[in-house]
Design a protein around this ligand. Sequence first.
Ligand SMILES: C[S@@+](CC[C@H](N)C(=O)[O-])C[C@H]1O[C@@H](n2cnc3c(N)ncnc32)[C@H](O)[C@@H]1O
Length: 224
Amino acid sequence: MNDDERFAQAFYEDLEGGRLGLLSVVAKVVFDLSGYFYAGSLIRKAHLRPSDRMLEVGCGTASMLIRAHGFRNSASKYYGVDISYTMLDRARHNIRRQGLGGSIFIAASPASSLPFKDESFSVVLFAFVIKHLSDETFVSALKEAHRVLMPGGRLVMWEFLPSSMGWANRYVYSITRAVRLRDRGEVISLLEKTSFLHPKPFTILAPWMPTKTFAVVATKRAAK
Ligand SMILES: C[S@@+](CC[C@H](N)C(=O)[O-])C[C@H]1O[C@@H](n2cnc3c(N)ncnc32)[C@H](O)[C@@H]1O
């Protein structure tokens, strides 16, 4: 695990463990409801199919995985990894409560080193995770995502954009403990450098978010 991953791990242990006061209270509500608020648009716009075998990196409390699974009435198995044990405990609880223990599987793992065989997934999702990754870890995470995707598989990302207003940036950095917010061009250029093809930005309306967000889908080259 890299230093930025250890830093994010400590933050989410404190956040979900209730040690950050009001921020912990708000975060609990946001994480549990996030799947309901935004999973639908993301699933539609990223064209997720019921047959997709999906991995969510930084799955948090599994809110998104649960909603995505139900939304498409999927018969596929979904997987999630996260670096925070406390978030994963909550995820296990949520998955059990929905009766999805045989369909959604989660494990502790950093984005920079995924515990899956090559070409295991048709979709890899990062929702609100990449702000926690340094440039070095981001590149490792993209290479890992590329490795575990099947040929023709899709990478889907969604994250806050840096704002032109200094106070808004400072607010997002302070509530999320982000290492780095990246603009569209930077994310697209890193996707291309790590061999992803045809990055296509798309819009998700999320007026309740503190700043604007950016979503993108990119593809791994299909087999010849
Ligand atoms: C803002 S939460 C988003 C959770 C979920 N994706 C959602 O949208 O509801 C970010 C999650 O990413 C996890 N995370 C941060 N850095 C990570 C890394 N390097 N590897 C794996 N998980 C990471 C955190 O522990 C946290 O659970």
